[in-house]
Design a protein around this ligand. Structure first.
Ligand SMILES: *[C@@H]1O[C@H](CO)[C@@H](O)[C@H](O)[C@H]1NC(C)=O
Ligand SMILES: *[C@@H]1O[C@H](CO)[C@@H](O)[C@H](O)[C@H]1NC(C)=O
Ligand SMILES: *[C@@H]1O[C@H](CO)[C@@H](O)[C@H](O)[C@H]1NC(C)=O
Length: 304
């Protein structure tokens, strides 16, 4: 099916009301909070040119100063990707010898504003489960780099079999990360962890249910961020559960009590219930524990 901006705006008007708060939220511990903040720095690092257009062995750095704990760790890029496919999927695969992790990070698109106003959403069958459909753009972004990443990943894991595989992304990169995690978990990496910050919806209910049933999903939203509200529920898309809904204001330090853990593929008590996606709501998109996309380079179209 084909959807355009007009569909978005007209259908969006129908969903802007929150339902009664009837779900009991689980508390987030301070240990979890520090994990959430730490992996957000890896997502932030995927926006820095020095990491996604890198050389093997490069230590991860963030020119915007927004990944200090990653910079303190013993890291090295194993493989990076950008500018090589029709979808311009960008990111890196890195080793973290301090935290015993292999990190696969996907960069968000520079043109997320364009994406919101111009994109058409199509379904494709990712062949992950019966009746499952994925959003075509995100799925192709992953499959365009899947073979090359899979080979390097297998070699890296063979050398570090005690390390965790952690897949991260922010914005459109979180959408790609979600589908990559779902796919890789079924292909030899069942306990891969997913930290998806500000992800759009990427799945129909059957695929969302399939991913939700896999372990180690951490999907974050922040107040009225417009990006996780798209593609619309009215188009048949839903989210992976649970949602870690960050309620603190833009630019504010996030504490554990600011995060609500909400279950369900549609939950009106979180980001979904904060109204129709608005272009004026972008400040919330940039702030996931820190200015996540602070490394977006100069000369790129939409620095919002
Ligand atoms: C990507 O390709 C375009 C066109 O060839 C070039 O102008 C741009 O600098 C490249 N970007 C990166 C990050 O390599
Ligand atoms: C990597 O390993 C997985 C799981 O064993 C396998 O399915 C996949 O084909 C391998 N990829 C490559 C490129 O060898
Ligand atoms: C948040 O920080 C950004 C970037 O430093 C700034 O442009 C914006 O005005 C700040 N917003 C608030 C609400 O303080």
């Amino acid at each position: 099916m084909r959807f355009s901006l007009l569909t978005v705006l007209s259908a969006g008007a129908a969903i802007g009301h929150a339902l009664p708060r009837n779900l009991k939220a689980r508390e987030v511990s301070t240990d979890e909070l520090s994990q959430f903040k730490f992996w957000a720095q890896y997502a932030a690092a995927s926006y820095c040119n020095e990491n996604y257009a890198s050389k093997p062995g490069h230590k991860i750095t963030c020119s915007a100063g927004n990944c200090p704990q990653v910079e303190q760790a013993d890291t090295s890029i194993v493989y990076d990707f950008s500018n090589t496919t029709s979808t311009d999927t960008a990111g890196y695969l890195a080793l973290d010898n301090t935290n015993n992790a292999i990190v696969l990070a996907f960069r968000g698109s520079y043109s997320v504003r364009n994406w919101i106003s111009d994109v058409e959403f199509f379904y494709t069958d990712p062949k992950l489960c019966d009746g499952c459909s994925a959003e075509l753009g995100f799925w192709s972004s992953w499959t365009n780099v899947r073979d090359s990443i899979s080979g390097v990943l297998n070699d890296t894991v063979a050398q570090h079999s005690d390390y965790d595989l952690v897949i991260v992304g922010h914005s459109l990169g979180a959408g790609v990360a979600t589908l990559a995690a779902a796919d890789l978990r079924g292909k030899g990496y069942p306990s891969a962890k997913l930290y998806a910050y500000a992800s759009p919806r990427v799945a129909n209910p059957a695929l969302a249910k399939y991913i939700t049933a896999q372990p180690n999903n951490y999907r974050f939203t922040h107040i009225n961020d417009p990006v996780p509200k798209l593609p619309l529920i009215a188009m048949g898309y839903v989210h992976v559960s649970p949602e870690y809904y960050i309620t603190s204001p833009n630019n504010a330090t996030v504490s554990a009590s600011d995060i609500k853990v909400l279950e369900g593929d549609i939950n009106w008590n979180g980001n979904t219930g904060t109204g129709v996606p608005g272009l004026g709501d972008f400040p919330a998109h940039h702030w996931y524990f820190e200015e996540t996309d602070g490394c977006k380079g100069p000369g790129l179209p939409f620095r919002v």
